[in-house]
Design a protein. Structure first.
Length: 379
C-alpha cells in the first residue's frame, strides 16, 4: 500500500507542472561552419548504453540492452555552407561475439542561416524531439542510423524538423514490401522571458508499407500518428531550477485499404509534470490511450502487444502512471553522463493485481572533433 501512496502523492501535484526527460546530452549535430571552410576533420562519437526493462506485462517484453556504439566520421568542410561526411557506425553488444551492426555513414549537409538541408544519414531518432508514444527513445540504440532527406529550421522562436526516412527500399521483383517513414516535428515559441517559457509542439508521423514492384501478397499499410500539445517552463532560483509541464493529445488513424491492424483509429492523452533540481529531474507521467497504435512509438503505450509471448493481444484502453528520475552531467570536457530510473504502474489492471514495474538506463557519451588538414593560405 505504501508504494501506491508514493505514486499517488507525487501525481497529486500534477497541475503545478514537467516535460519528457531531456535528451540534450545525447544529441550530436555536425553542421557546416564558415570558420572551418577547407578543413578536413575527424569526428568521433562513442555512445555507451545500458537500458534494462524489468517488465512483466503482456504488452512490452522485459529485456536488457547493454553495449557500445562508435561512429568515426571524416568531415570535409567544402564551403562555408556545405559539409561532406563519410564514416562508419559500429555497434558491439556485450555478451555477443563480434559486432552486432556495421553501417556506412554518408551524408551531405547544406546550411544557410537558420535552415539546414541534409541528404544521406539523418539527424535521427532523439534529434527529432518527438514524444515517446510517437517515437520511442530506444530507437537511439536499436535504430541509430536513419537514411533519407531532412529539412531543419531553427531560430529563437521556432523549431521545425521535416524528414523522410527510407527504412527499406526494394528491387524488382522483391519478396518484401518497401517501408517509408515520414515525419514532422515543430515547436512554436509563444512566450519566452525570464519568468516563463511557453511553446506549442506539433508532431506527425506517417508510416507506409507497400510498393509496386514487389511480389509480396500482403496488403498495403498507411498509418498516421499526430500530436498537439503545449509546453510550459517556469524558471526558479535556489534548490528548484525550474517547474515544467508538457502535455499532448495524440491521434492514430489507419488509412490502409484493408483491416490489417486491430484498430482503425485511436487517441491518447500524454501528460507530464515535474521539477528540475541541482540533483536531477523528477517527473510524473500519466498516459490514457484508447485503441492507440504507433509504428515507431514505445510499445508500453500501445493497445496492441509487441510481446514475444503474446502476439496479437490487445488492451483497448491503456492507463499508466509513471514516476521518472533523471540525472545528466558533463563529467569532463566532451564526456557526458545520463542516468534514468522510471517505475510505472498499470491502472488498467484490477486493484488487487497492480504492481510496480520499472526500467533503468545509463548512458556515457564521448564526442570530439580532431583537425586533420588545414586549408592552404596565400603568403
Amino acid at each position: 500500500m505504501k508504494k501506491y501512496f508514493i505514486f499517488l502523492s507525487f501525481l497529486s501535484i500534477y497541475y503545478t507542472s514537467f516535460a519528457q526527460i531531456s535528451t540534450d546530452s545525447l544529441e550530436y549535430r555536425i553542421r557546416p561552419d564558415s570558420l572551418k571552410s577547407g578543413e578536413l576533420q575527424l569526428s568521433v562519437q562513442s555512445f555507451n548504453f545500458m537500458r534494462n526493462y524489468e517488465y512483466f506485462n503482456k504488452i512490452q517484453d522485459g529485456y536488457t540492452l547493454f553495449g557500445t556504439q562508435l561512429e568515426p566520421q571524416l568531415v570535409y568542410y567544402a564551403h562555408p555552407r556545405l559539409a561532406v561526411i563519410a564514416g562508419v557506425h559500429l555497434q558491439k553488444d556485450f555478451g555477443d561475439e563480434g559486432f552486432y551492426r556495421t553501417l556506412p555513414l554518408l551524408s551531405v549537409k547544406y546550411q544557410n542561416g537558420n535552415t539546414t538541408l541534409i541528404n544521406g544519414v539523418l539527424e535521427g531518432n532523439i534529434h527529432h524531439r518527438m514524444a515517446e508514444p510517437l517515437f520511442d527513445f530506444e530507437k537511439r540504440i536499436t535504430e541509430p542510423v536513419e537514411y533519407g532527406t531532412q529539412f531543419i529550421l531553427k531560430n529563437t522562436s521556432f523549431f521545425l524538423d521535416a524528414f523522410i526516412n527510407w527504412k527499406r527500399m526494394i528491387y524488382k521483383p522483391s519478396p518484401v514490401q518497401e517501408q517509408v517513414l515520414g515525419g514532422l516535428s515543430a515547436d512554436l515559441k509563444i512566450v519566452k522571458n525570464a519568468k516563463i517559457d511557453l511553446s506549442i509542439p506539433v508532431q506527425l508521423t506517417v508510416f507506409h508499407q507497400g510498393g509496386q514492384i514487389d511480389i509480396n501478397p500482403e496488403p498495403l499499410q498507411t498509418l498516421v500518428n499526430t500530436a498537439l500539445g503545449f509546453k510550459l517552463k517556469i524558471p526558479l532560483s535556489g534548490f528548484l531550477n525550474a517547474i515544467r509541464t508538457e502535455n499532448y493529445l495524440m491521434g492514430f488513424n489507419d488509412f490502409s485499404f484493408t483491416d490489417v491492424q486491430a484498430f482503425s483509429k485511436g487517441r491518447g492523452w500524454y501528460l507530464n509534470t515535474g521539477i528540475d533540481t541541482h540533483y536531477g529531474s523528477l517527473m510524473g507521467t500519466y498516459w490514457n490511450g484508447m485503441s492507440f497504435i504507433s509504428f515507431n512509438g514505445m510499445p508500453l503505450y500501445q493497445s496492441v502487444s509487441q510481446h514475444i509471448n503474446y502476439p496479437g493481444y490487445t488492451e483497448k484502453n491503456r492507463k499508466l502512471i509513471m514516476l521518472r528520475y533523471s540525472y545528466q552531467k558533463q563529467l569532463i570536457p566532451n564526456l557526458y553522463l545520463d542516468f534514468r530510473f522510471e517505475p510505472y504502474m498499470d491502472l488498467g489492471r484490477p486493484a488487487g493485481t497492480r504492481k510496480i514495474e520499472f526500467s533503468n538506463s545509463s548512458f556515457l557519451v564521448y564526442r570530439q572533433s580532431f583537425k586533420l588538414l588545414k586549408p592552404k593560405t596565400d603568403r
